[in-house]
Design a protein around this ligand. Sequence first.
Ligand SMILES: CC(C)(COP(=O)(O)OP(=O)(O)OC[C@H]1O[C@@H](n2cnc3c(N)ncnc32)[C@H](O)[C@@H]1OP(=O)(O)O)[C@@H](O)C(=O)NCCC(=O)NCCS
Length: 461
Amino acid sequence: MRLATPDDTTSVFDLDMLAFVGDPSQVSPEQATSGLDDGRTFLAEHPDLPGELAGVYSSYDLQVRVPGTPARGTSLVPMNGLTWVAVHPDVRRRGVLSAMIRHHLEQAREHGEAMLALHASEPGIYGRFGYGVASHDVEYTLARGTRFAAPPVVAAEADGTGTRLLRDLDDDDVAARLRGIELDAPTLGTVVCPPRFWRRLVRDVPTLRPGTEPSRAFVATRDGRDVGMAVFSRSRRWEAGAADGTVTVHRLVASDAGALLALGRRLVDMDLMSSVRLPGRGLDDPLLAWAGGPRERRLRVGDALWLRPVDVGRMLEARGYASPLDVRLGVTDPLDEHNCGTWHLRVGEDGTATCERLCAPSDAGRTGVRPPEYATTQPATTQPATAQPATAVDAAEQDGDLEVTADVSLDVGLLGEMFLGLTGARALAEQGRLVEHTAGAVAAMTRAFATGVAPIGGSSF
Ligand SMILES: CC(C)(COP(=O)(O)OP(=O)(O)OC[C@H]1O[C@@H](n2cnc3c(N)ncnc32)[C@H](O)[C@@H]1OP(=O)(O)O)[C@@H](O)C(=O)NCCC(=O)NCCS
């Protein structure tokens, strides 16, 4: 593995085009890579491919809206987002991706980061590396003229919200303004991308949008302040002489329900357009509920954000919880021994957490790699804590200096699945993936991790 330099831009671009089946005549290497931050792109070389790149990955410095405490709303926490993962076809399935993921994890640990994130090109790849699906990408389609049955108080707030069209987005100030709105939006699961990413998002590359207009935006304002935005593009179509255009919404963020409703009203009221496609939403999206629910909305659900701890304790301390909790988690991690062990998660009355490791592998200083068969599977029953020791507990006992038992045992990827409240401990136990050793532990975790609202899919990166 080595760090990419500006001289590698063309080879990185060529490999990306090859792996993702892109057309290199449509965009220049500089345009395509302009959203990547310096010093975050790494290249893999392989002896069977002399003089060529075997693999590439890059990452973004992102933030995600995580659950708050009962007294405080959602908050933004940092995460390291993997992107641009590509392996040369001549060396695929020979461990290049595995080497890149280990390298990425080690880099993140060295930089003191708490968690990793990604969007997967195919769902079967990343579970083995300890990532879990943290949010679902819910896409639905609204017809032109959809009426939103929002409560009067929200409707009044929307009536008091102005919306204006931003015609030309390809501008530094516009990119900064749109990112500022995203930073303010309180919706659980919102992913905030870095400035360079935003700049690239709004850069107009005509060859990449055949038959479609440049991206436009509606910006919602109230009392002189930006409170929401919808970035979209329209494509024209005529069906038997009738206008049948589609609006595709690339980003929709709002500071409150009134701003969301104001933007929704604008989006379904455009001449020559018959439908509005909204990807990256959630099942609890108020706009979907006000539109009458999922039926006849051409709903599609897939995986969105995948999360993985770099440091179990720091990741679990970064979010708020709905109720007090005192639970010992026996965690197995297929890639990183730093995460393996029994972690004591304690949540106080105020919903804030502390999480420390009670037992650790003896060589905790090493960034070790454990084989995938490391995780143990046990029946999902409620047993006394001592009856079925978790793998983590075994590790502690081998150390001989600590006798610690876990209340539940789970693979590290499940922490990603629970982190934003998408999947409860109860569901994971019923699937047999989280094993309860102390009766009541699953119920307490389910209550404490619950958010009461599904996270939105948010932006892909
Ligand atoms: C997906 C891709 C990155 C995998 O790279 P690779 O070097 O072949 O992966 P590895 O050899 O390290 O494979 C590691 C494991 O993942 C599995 N795997 C790899 N790609 C997979 C896929 N698409 N679906 C399911 N499993 C996959 C391998 O079988 C292997 O399993 P094992 O540990 O049980 O043996 C590569 O094929 C590629 O570039 N694809 C096109 C672009 C893409 O999809 N990139 C990912 C963007 S998120």
